[in-house]
Design a protein around this ligand. Structure first.
Ligand SMILES: *[C@@H]1O[C@H](CO)[C@@H](O)[C@H](O)[C@H]1NC(C)=O
Ligand SMILES: *[C@@H]1O[C@H](CO)[C@@H](O)[C@H](O)[C@H]1NC(C)=O
Ligand SMILES: *[C@@H]1O[C@H](CO)[C@@H](O)[C@H](O)[C@H]1NC(C)=O
Ligand SMILES: *[C@@H]1O[C@H](CO)[C@@H](O)[C@H](O)[C@H]1NC(C)=O
Ligand SMILES: *[C@@H]1O[C@H](CO)[C@@H](O)[C@H](O)[C@H]1NC(C)=O
Length: 455
């Protein structure tokens, strides 16, 4: 093998007017377009002396590990490039930058794990991108930028993708075939197929989808089956496959069940009583959801001003409810530097202030309905001692010199203020003994929400 793959430059004259042809390869100049055929030649890299005028370049079934640099430089007339079944694990950015005529790129059966933003830059006429059977885990949304509008065929099946860049795919106006089967995809963005008018084939078989968002794509498929005349601009013939996904057959999939379509073998994975049953054979009435039920919640909580308050609200339901909190002044509580509202129903007020006092409402929502509960939060105010208190201001890390004339009586100092810490010290000086520190309070203004925080 080593001997066979040892690379040599080799010039030869053959029929046609082909001047150079890489050793072992076959070059044909048929109807004035040059084909360079180097499949299965034991190559370890792209031969450097490929005629730059070649229109077709076949390099499948070799042992190429990397492409880029000058491999395809100046091949501005190349239309078809096949790199299938090599061991390519790395595409150098801009590897294909000169291939402005390329229509078809086959990279299937390699070892790619990522497609970076500039990996396919310059392919402004690409129509077919075939990258199935790699080990892709990450695909940058920008990788498709140069051929968003020309791409007709995208095959990323048999990879390890958990996520796909739906934000790019939804703009592929010419897309005809999309193969994403045999990955680990657990989410289809809502409305993603809405403007893919030419889409005729979508394969999502064997992924991890538990649910599918309603999409006009599915509806138009069914219109065709029922014989209704589609008033839409969509492609009239469409093939859809999403078998082999762990579908959760609840009311969220009722829309799909209602479509007339009995030709596929999709099964439900959950809920338990529907596990393993054929999707299309389950009566519509069994696609049910459970409205939220609040099973446990904090009823009343007393907290000393300045301390942390954790309000809890536990809800069950199908689908799993999302919990929101509404403040005593009727506003949905968002995340701020002082409050965290988790979807599991926990509301954390990290540093309470007097005005947090009041009745909070937790609202659990899902597709089947909502439920609410009330939680009373009582803030026990701290004694605010006026008059004799020392106020020290610090700003951006340095002390502000405010009252120079009273420099001598300064008893509180703040140093080393950062975004997360400060050192506060007080000196009782000659008055020690006469003074007792009752409490100290820190006040800060956070740029995240520009409210004063007391501690
Ligand atoms: C192919 O052959 C034609 C003549 O038939 C010639 O003009 C052209 O230069 C050749 N192309 C290459 C790449 O050799
Ligand atoms: C590509 O073309 C440029 C300019 O004509 C030339 O300098 C360069 O050597 C060529 N590169 C290859 C790999 O042919
Ligand atoms: C607040 O942040 C947490 C994680 O930091 C997140 O889980 C939660 O969804 C966020 N809540 C809202 C209302 O955005
Ligand atoms: C809710 O989630 C937060 C953050 O993940 C966690 O700190 C808290 O303990 C959870 N609460 C419950 C009741 O599980
Ligand atoms: C917090 O600081 C910002 C920026 O300096 C200021 O606009 C805002 O009024 C301050 N908020 C309070 C409550 O002092």
């Amino acid at each position: 093998l080593i001997l066979r793959t040892f690379y040599m430059f080799f010039f030869r004259r053959t029929w046609g007017m082909v001047s150079t042809c890489p050793f072992h390869c076959v070059c044909r100049n048929l109807s004035e377009s040059l084909s360079t055929l180097c499949a299965d030649k034991g190559l370890l890299f792209v031969p450097p002396n490929v005629d730059r005028r070649t229109v077709e370049l076949r390099l499948a079934d070799n042992f190429i590990t990397e492409v880029g640099g000058s491999d395809f430089a100046n091949m501005t007339g190349l239309v078809d490039l096949t790199l299938s079944r090599n061991t390519i694990h790395h595409i150098r950015p801009m590897a294909f930058a000169d291939l402005e005529s390329l229509r078809s790129l086959h990279l299937d059966g390699n070892r790619l794990t990522t497609l970076g933003p500039r990996d396919l830059a310059g392919l402004v006429n690409l129509q077919h991108l075939i990258v199935n059977n790699n080990q892709l885990v990450k695909v940058s949304p920008q990788v498709f930028d140069d051929f968003l509008l020309t791409l007709e065929d995208l095959d990323m099946s048999y990879n390890n993708l958990k996520r796909v860049p739906w934000e790019s795919i939804q703009n592929m106006a010419s897309l005809h075939t999309l193969n994403l089967d045999h990955n680990l995809i657990d989410h289809i963005a809502e409305g993603v197929f809405g403007e893919l008018y030419k889409l005729a084939r979508l394969d999502m078989t064997s992924n991890r989808l538990r649910t599918l968002p309603p999409d006009p794509l599915f509806a138009r498929y069914c219109l065709r089956l029922t014989g209704a005349i589609s008033p839409t601009p969509y492609n009239a013939v469409i093939s859809l496959n999403f078998g082999g996904n762990p579908l959760h057959c609840n009311c969220e999939l009722l829309w799909l069940r209602r479509l007339v379509r009995r030709d596929d073998m999709e099964t439900c994975a959950t809920p338990l009583h529907l596990a393993g049953k054929y999707f299309w054979s389950i009566p519509e009435e069994e696609f049910t959801c459970e409205p939220p039920l609040i099973t446990r919640h904090t009823h009343k909580l007393w907290v000393l001003e300045g301390q942390r308050a954790t309000l809890k609200c536990r809800a069950i339901g199908d689908p799993e409810p999302v919990v929101h909190w509404v403040s005593p002044d009727d506003r949905i509580i968002a995340n701020t530097s002082r409050t965290s509202s988790f979807s599991n129903g926990t509301l954390d007020i990290l540093v309470t202030v007097a005005r947090d006092d009041g009745a909070y409402t937790c609202i659990a929502i899902n597709a089947a309905g909502e439920a609410t509960a009330t939680v009373d939060l009582k803030i026990i105010p701290l004694p605010h001692r006026g008059g004799g208190s020392e106020v020290e201001r610090a700003d951006g890390g340095s002390m502000e010199e405010e009252d120079d004339e009273e420099e001598a009586s300064r008893r509180v100092g703040v140093q080393g203020v950062t975004s997360t810490s400060a050192q506060v010290r007080w000196d009782l000086g000659r008055l020690s003994g006469a003074y007792v520190v009752w409490m100290y309070q820190i006040q800060y203004n956070c740029t995240a929400d520009e409210t004063l925080i007391y501690r």
